[in-house]
Design a binder for this molecule. Structure first.
Ligand code: FAD
Length: 276
């Protein structure tokens, strides 16, 4: 029998794959307990979109921790100052949910991600925990100043969306929800016409009579980079000088990214103004 992980081959039959145990926790505490039993080689399963492929490529699964029965991480709730999206909310459910109207443009921006089949199963938690630079929720959520909530064996903790790729704390952690602060009445525009090469999210926040634009840019291979500028700024070039010279990948060089940001931003500012 071949080892798909070494050969690059994908198994076409379940007979090539190893059997595994499955557990179905109903609470966050039970899920965390399973995910920290490292001897059992636990793997969390949400929508399974990434995992199904990884398994066929011989990812080792000792115990599959089926998250879908944990009601606590399945809801969307809104309070005066916060929108909370549970980890198990799928792209389809999230972008169709009227509660998201508290962040103007969010339903439309989230609704641009993936195709119908994927949107039906893929969850916001799985998209973030995959830690792939080509996935888009980290870009939208970084622009929105979102906080990502986790539970692990030591308790609860929170990270910014753009901190997730740099922390060792995710081992054994369950992503429980995403909080989007509503202070400043955020309004988002997301441009992905150049995806997968490049995407750009712009969020407008009101601050008294002024407004601030927070911009998250990302390429297929680079994590989001964030800028904040006053909405009425005229000299965009000056601001983008702060982009590190090594923010570039094999397909997009730094000069081209510097050229793209203001071109797309001008369109976004117009669209954001129309949405008011
Ligand atoms: C054809 C196709 C098109 C796609 N298009 C896009 C696109 O346009 N834009 C985009 O952004 N993405 C796209 N994707 C990626 C898709 O969004 C992700 O595959 C999806 O979000 C993963 O979610 P899931 O729930 O299926 O995760 P799973 O496959 O269940 O899990 C993914 C990883 O996260 C872990 N995990 C999942 N949930 C949790 C949790 N709550 N706590 C801890 N660990 C967890 C799992 O153990 C696994 O390691 C596409 C995928 C496919 C196959």
């Amino acid at each position: 029998m071949y080892q798909a992980s070494n050969s690059g081959l994908i198994s076409t039959s379940s007979r090539d794959l190893n059997a595994f145990k499955m557990v179905k926790p109903k609470t966050i505490a039970d899920a965390v307990s399973y995910l920290n039993d490292f001897d059992s080689v636990p793997v969390a399963y949400a929508g399974g979109v990434d995992l199904a492929t990884a398994y066929r490529e011989n990812k080792q699964i000792g115990t599959l921790v089926w998250l879908k029965e944990i009601d606590e991480i399945s809801d969307i709730t809104v309070s005066d100052d916060n929108l909370r999206i549970g980890a198990l909310v799928t792209h389809g459910q999230g972008s169709a949910n009227e509660k998201l109207a508290c962040v103007r443009g969010l339903q439309e921006s989230w609704g641009k991600i993936a195709n119908v089949r994927i949107r039906f199963s893929a969850t916001i938690g799985g998209n973030l925990m995959a830690l792939r630079t080509s996935y888009e929720m980290p870009i939208l959520l970084s622009a929105l100043k979102a906080r990502i909530n986790f539970a692990n064996k030591d308790g609860l903790f929170t990270l910014a969306a753009d901190e997730m790729s740099q922390t060792p704390r995710l081992t054994g952690a369950l992503l429980t929800s995403v909080d989007i602060p509503l202070k400043g009445k955020p309004q988002i525009d997301y441009e992905r016409s150049m995806r997968p090469l490049y995407t750009q999210a712009a969020v407008k926040f009101q601050d008294g009579d002024n407004s601030l634009i927070r911009i998250a840019i990302a390429t297929e291979h680079l994590p989001p980079y964030i800028f904040e500028i006053p909405e009425r700024l005229e000299d965009f070039d000056q601001i983008f000088e702060s982009l590190p010279p090594d923010y570039a990948d094999l397909r997009l060089d730094n000069n081209y990214i510097r050229y793209l940001i203001p071109v797309i931003l001008k369109r976004q500012i117009k669209r954001l103004a129309k949405g008011q």
